[in-house]
Each structure stands twice: as C-alpha cells, then as structure tokens.
Design a protein. Structure first.
Length: 125
C-alpha cells in the first residue's frame, strides 16, 4: 500500500499535517509528496525558517506557500515556525486575528473560501 499515491484517488478536499522538523532540507520531499498526492492543504509545524530564508526556495508549482516564523530567534537558536501549502485552485485568505508570532508560539490562520458552503478555517499551530 502506497498511502501517498492512494490519497490522489480520493474525492473532495484532503487536508494533512506534518511536523517537518525543518523544511530547509526537506522541501524536495514535500514537493514529491504534494505532486503524488494532490493534497488540497498541507500544514507544517516546526519549519525552522527565519527572516533570512527566501520564500522562493520553498515555492512548489501548483501551490501557494504561507508561513509564520518564530518572532525572536535569539531566544532559541532553532525551532518553531509553521507553514501551509494550499493548492492554487483554492481561494483563501489569511485571518490576522488567528495569526500570531511571538517568542513562544506561532499560529497561522487561513480561511478557505469554498463554493456552495461555509468557509473552512485552518489554524496551524
């Protein structure tokens, strides 16, 4: 059984989350997973990105990438940060009231605007 390939056979919106333990050295693996699975949304925790990491390094064709880095990297040398990949055919907006970045906690709030239904809120912590 190949779980990733099996996900591509599912109908509807498919949401997943992964504690990535640093996106920097795993972006290629994430790209393969997204391309093979056709996930609608992939939330990531512990991205370990900071203001010196260029967004373009983490862009994946067919997906938008949003991130919230840890606010103060002087407190902890590494760790923290959240991100989310959203398939480009999904209309979304960030929700500022649900998005936080401080020295102990990062959240990223996103509202997915779906056709003929109420919006779906995703809060990646």
């Amino acid at each position: 059984m190949d779980l990733i390939s099996d996900l591509s056979k599912l109908k509807g919106m498919i949401l997943a989350h992964q504690n990535i333990c640093s996106l920097r050295n795993k972006v290629d693996a994430v790209k393969v997973m997204l391309m093979r699975s056709n996930l609608s949304v992939l939330g990531l925790s512990e991205t370990n990105l900071n203001e010196h990491c260029d967004d373009s390094q983490y862009q994946i064709e067919g997906y938008s990438f949003l991130r919230m880095d840890r606010a103060d990297h002087t407190i902890r040398v590494s760790g923290g940060g959240v991100g989310v990949y959203i398939r480009e055919d999904i209309i979304y907006e960030t929700v500022e009231d649900l998005t936080i970045s401080d020295r102990d906690l990062e959240t990223l709030g996103v509202r997915l605007k779906l056709v003929n239904t109420r919006p779906v809120y995703i809060i990646n912590v």
